[in-house]
Design a binder for this molecule. Structure first.
Ligand SMILES: [Zn+2]
Length: 104
């Protein structure tokens, strides 16, 4: 996500649940203890599974294409809103009809 987009996310605006305008911006949402679980470090939407490395006995040939997330957290009610860091990536998948991304 560009610095300009991150600045937009950090701008005060009313929480959709309680109206509070202050809060916290988490610039990249990361899994806790990802190294000990079957998770990836940044919490991400899996937009598509694309053909990647050659398949092995214990692995498929498909690779997850993650779309990283940022989050705004309301300073009063703690409501969390997630934001995709790379909107252009979703647009490319939607335009190509790849993965589980559709435009609405
Ligand atoms: Zn709130």
């Amino acid at each position: 996500m560009s610095d300009a987009s991150m600045e937009q996310l950090a701008e005060p605006r009313p929480c959709s649940a309680c109206g509070e305008t202050s809060g916290y911006l988490v610039t990249e949402v990361v899994s806790p203890n990802y190294e000990f679980s079957n998770a990836i470090e940044p919490v991400a939407l899996t937009a598509a599974m694309l053909e990647g490395k050659k398949a092995g006995f214990f692995s498929s040939a498909q690779e997850r294409v993650p779309v990283k997330l940022a989050a705004r957290v309301c300073g009063s009610c703690a409501r969390v809103e997630f934001f995709v860091q790379d909107l252009a990536l979703l647009e490319r998948f939607a335009a190509a009809g790849v993965g589980n991304v559709r435009r609405f």
